[in-house]
Structure formats: C-alpha cells, structure tokens
Design a protein around this ligand. Structure first.
Ligand SMILES: *Cc1c(COP(=O)(O)O)cnc(C)c1O
Length: 366
C-alpha cells in the first residue's frame, strides 16, 4: 500500500527545531577514522562519574527486575537534607531536561508566554513550543550580563515563566545574588521564575546564589539542578527541581510514574555525598580555567570569564572553520552559531592533558 499518509501531527510541531547535541566520540572516530578523539563539547566531567555512584549502581543491579521507586523517596530525602528543604519541595526527574518539559506541561497553555534572556540553553524554548506557547527572547547585554530592565519590560498578562540560567550556558556568566533578588522582588508573584543552576558548583565568587535560599524564603521560584555535570552522571539521566510544595505538586501531576530509573536513583543518592569527587572536580575546573585563560591570552584570543566548566571564546570570522579544523584533528568543541553567536566557539574544560592538546592544536591553526 503506497498511499499518501493522511495522519497529521499537531500544528505546534511545524516550528520545532531538533536539539543539536555535541557529537559523540564514537561518531567522530568512525567518520574521520581517528583513534584519539577528545570531547570538549558537552560540559561533561572529564574525571568521570563519582566512584561512590558506580559502587551504588553495583549494589542495585540484581534488583533490576523490580520497578524503581516511583516517588524516589530515598533520593528526595537526601536532596532535601542537603539543601535544607522538605522532601515535598523536591521533584526528581529524568535529567534536568525532563524538568523543563514537565514544567512546560504543568504551567503553559497555548498562547501563554515565557521570557528567555538569551543566548542560552535551547530547551526552554523547546518546552514552550511543544505546548504551543510563545517564547519571548530578551537579549543579554553586550558583556552577556542580564538586563533586568528589558526582562521586566517584556512581562505581559500572558507571561507565565521567566527562565534564568546562572551560570548561563553558553556564556558562563552569572546573575549576581543581589540582582536575582531584585528581579524576584520586581516580578509579579503570578510569574514562575525558573532558575537553571545546572553549573552552580563551578561558581567561584561570593556574590552568587543557586536560588535555594529564595525557595526556602517562599518566592515563586523553581531551581533546576542536574547530576549530569559535576557529578559526572550524564549518561544515566537524573536531575531535580526544588520549589514550594504547591509548585512541586503541580509538576508531579504531569510526571510519569517511573520517570527515574533505579540505577539513576542509587547513583545520584551516592554522588551527592561524594565530597571527594566533588571537590576534585571543582579544583580541576578552577585550575584549568585559569590555565586556559593564560593560553588564550598568549594566543590573543578573546574569551568571556566563566563561572562554569566551559569557556566561550571569540575567534571572529574564522570561528566555524576553526571548529571544523579542530574536529578534523579529533577535538570536538561547539560552534556557537547554534546560539546565534557565529564568531564564537564554546570549549568544555577537560583534563590538563586534554586542554594541553587543545591549546597546541589551536596554536597550529591560528
Ligand atoms: C546540561 C544542562 C542541563 C541539564 O542537563 P540534563 O543532562 O538533562 O540533566 C540543564 N540546563 C543547562 C543549561 C544545561 O547545560
């Protein structure tokens, strides 16, 4: 039967663009026939997963015939303790990405608006589009600072969510604690603020908040965190949100029962206590960030000072060509054209050895 297909998807799908992930190592190995491929493209932890998480996974393998805990009680308790919240203020999700989809499903009707200061993470817009809501983009300032006035002036009667990403992906810049509080105080209380703090562990200045204190203080704020970055568990998909009980209740209404698998629950509960792995990862990023800056200065490359485990680097007109030349030599980074920053590439911070190789190849190319 070769008839024209009459089945039609929702109208909302017409404008949806596919997510563009960093290329996986195996793909570049296969395409280019390269042995050594270095991935500095997805802000993963180059030290690998928390060893405590690996151990915990071993301990639950023989129970894989059982459904996971639908309420993620043990992990929720750990997270709540860690951040001085009640368990009812926490929702665990299949990666931070799932939280964004769930929030969109719980709070956005067709025609509603969300405000996205950008360039930033693309999943916020995805969440709006999937619901037929409108994503209103507000530009960050030229130095990639948040522009409070323009965020506030974008608020309308239809605004349901304001997204803030701090440290922001792909710029690495943060929203200071004072400005976050000003913004929370200035926004109408009917507007949900989603603070994406996926990279909070890499911030090395005082004037920063991951938002948890404002959740505890009762603001209409939802904080997103993930186990994919510092904890090194990107492959197993687990993240969480923290907010007031009522906001969490609303999100739970649209959650599938078994959204977080058993391995992920066990791994995350162990990783959150793995202080050694966390501090080693923080120290590596802090030290290597400085070393990369120094190398960029020597190469006369402009960079944005980053509070995260990646650095946005300005290469001008040659940015895309250099991105491709790096790829040809087995170094995967991101060309920032996907964020409408075609003159930039984003480099995730690797091990000292990986960063040295990156710098020496950049030296050759420039
Ligand atoms: C990586 C990332 C997340 C969450 O990623 P998951 O792997 O889905 O947990 C959320 N926000 C930003 C900005 C990120 O870069």
């Amino acid at each position: 039967m070769k008839e024209k297909l009459e089945v039609q998807p929702r109208k909302a799908l017409d404008i949806m663009k596919p997510y563009s992930p960093g290329k996986p190592i195996w793909e570049v190995q296969e395409e280019l026939g390269l042995e050594r491929v270095i991935k500095l493209a997805s802000n993963e932890n180059p030290l690998g997963p928390s060893p405590k998480a690996l151990e915990a996974i071993q301990g639950v393998l023989t129970d894989l015939h059982r459904y996971p805990d639908a309420q993620t009680i043990g992990l929720k308790r750990k997270i709540a303790e860690h951040y001085d919240l009640s368990s009812n203020q926490v929702i665990v999700t299949n990666g931070g990405d799932e939280l964004i989809t769930l929030v969109s499903e719980a709070f956005l009707d067709a025609g509603d608006e969300i405000i996205i200061p950008g360039p930033t993470f693309s999943e916020y817009e995805f969440g709006a589009q999937i619901m037929g809501a409108r994503a209103v983009t507000v530009q960050l300032k030229e130095n990639f600072d948040y522009d409070l006035a323009s965020i506030l002036s974008a608020v309308t009667d239809r605004t349901k969510i304001v997204y803030l990403c701090s440290p922001n992906n792909p710029t690495g810049t943060i929203l200071s604690k004072i400005v976050l509080k000003q913004l929370l105080d200035a926004l109408p209380k009917r507007v949900l603020v989603m603070l994406d703090a996926a990279y909070s562990h890499f911030v090395s200045v005082e004037d920063y908040s991951d938002g948890m204190e404002f959740v505890r203080a009762g603001y209409p704020l939802l904080v997103l965190k993930t186990f994919s970055k510092i904890y090194g568990l990107a492959g197993i998909r687990v993240g969480f949100g923290a907010a007031s009980e009522q906001i969490i209740q609303n999100i739970l209404q649209v959650k599938e029962p078994f959204n977080v698998n058993a391995l992920a629950q066990a791994a995350a509960a162990a990783a959150i206590d793995d202080i050694d792995h966390i501090s080693r990862s923080q120290a590596l990023v802090k030290e290597e960030r400085e070393r990369l800056y120094e190398a960029f200065r020597q190469l006369s490359i402009e960079y944005t000072v980053s509070m995260s485990n990646f650095v946005l680097v300005k290469l001008g007109e040659r940015a895309e060509a250099i991105y491709e030349q790096l790829m040809a030599r087995g170094i995967i980074v991101r060309h920032a054209g996907i964020w409408s920053l075609p003159a930039y590439i984003r480099i995730s911070i690797g091990t000292a050895e990986e960063n040295d190789i990156l710098v020496s190849v950049l030296k050759e190319l420039l």
